[in-house]
Design a protein around this ligand. Sequence first.
Ligand SMILES: NC(=O)c1ccc[n+]([C@@H]2O[C@H](COP(=O)([O-])OP(=O)(O)OC[C@H]3O[C@@H](n4cnc5c(N)ncnc54)[C@H](O)[C@@H]3O)[C@@H](O)[C@H]2O)c1
Length: 437
Amino acid sequence: MNIGIIGLGFVGLSLTSVLASKGFNVVGIDVDEEKCNKISNGISPFFEPDLEKTLKKGLKKNLQIKNDFSLIQSCDLIFVTVGTPQNKTGAIDLSIIKKAMNTLGKNIRKSKKQHTILVKSTVVPGTMKDVILPILENSSRKKAGKDFGLISNPEFLQESTAIRDTEFPHAVVLGGYETKFIKKMKLFFTKLHPKTPIIVTNHQTAEMIKYANNSFLATKISFINQLSNICQEIPGANVDDIARTIGLDSRIGKLFLNAGPGYGGSCLPKDMKALIKFATTAGVKPTLLNAVEDINVRQLEQIISIAKERLGNLAGKQITILGTAFKPNTDDIRDSIAIELIKKFLNRKVKITVHDPRALENTKKMFGNKITYEKTIRDALTKSQCAIIMTHWKEYSKINNNMINKMRKKIIIDSRRILSEKEINADYQAIGIGKNK
Ligand SMILES: NC(=O)c1ccc[n+]([C@@H]2O[C@H](COP(=O)([O-])OP(=O)(O)OC[C@H]3O[C@@H](n4cnc5c(N)ncnc54)[C@H](O)[C@@H]3O)[C@@H](O)[C@H]2O)c1
């Protein structure tokens, strides 16, 4: 079976590498020539644990990476994994996927194969039926369901565990009309993931499942952040003990209950905004979703007010940001809360130094010489008047009194409570722990 994957980002490259390493004939296609060259040489364009190892394994088998859409004609299965970002209003921007579908349609027009097209990109309900299907039918001059299959197949992987999540997904969703293509795909995924439940439904439900998933995760984060803010007003209260305990209740579950500076990353913020826009347009007032977003925005403001409380006027102050990646074990800074914080501080004329074990290069691409970059935590803290821990990198748990020795003012705001158990000789404020008044 020949498999094509269109778009080699976090989702596409993880899938490409996993399928190729398992011995499938795989063609990975991306518009970015430089990216294709890197990947062909076994180099991942971004950091993701185990990705390069899996990619190299795949390259030793039957994997081709090219900026050449015509290769898709030989593929039985075609996964579409291009980006679906947000536009300026927060609504979903479908321009990238529309373009990719048009090119795909033109390419399958000439082919005699009955391709099955699976869309993994996150799209709002109705997009498959009302946007993608007509584009594909027009550009291919073929009929969906008869000449080619079109299936919604949302992706649930998390960056930092993308390879494991691709190999062992918690669910496979197949959305579309009950045709021979769905039956074929049910068989394919049963063999690929024997232990994973397969949910067959229609397009619009499959599309909504993905938004339900991400908006629920965002809701859990805002919920614990709200509790964390209450804890801060109760001397000695600790949000982690609360999260750990309620997480033991299987009706609640322990994941996504880490209080912090708010949710960021390439998915939750954009998917929340897209769902809010979609609901509003559909005539439903998204009261809960709006509250979840509102709590998220306020969470960052809270960190800024703690810094102001301690430092007074922030202009000209030297602040160190520890962690710019949106989570540990990735170099992805897309919609990272730390990046948002840096932008807000720069507007207030704060002098910023940053440290991140993986994401310094991406941070440099964004801020250039507007801020200072340090490779070691110690250097990043030297002469600093306040350090703010933003990402839960395990490196930050090593911070001790010796390392903060050269800070000009020993003020630490710890949004992840990494140092809460340590004896640190500093004005230390952990988010989610009530200070004795
Ligand atoms: N990143 C995640 O954690 C994650 C998880 C689940 C779902 N998703 C969804 O999956 C989709 C992809 O996300 P991502 O993070 O992998 O995106 P990404 O931006 O990292 O990668 C998209 C890739 O598509 C390529 N591309 C753009 N136009 C193309 C075209 N016409 N033909 C071929 N390639 C093209 C880009 O060059 C890029 O390499 C999005 O809809 C996202 O919401 C992402």
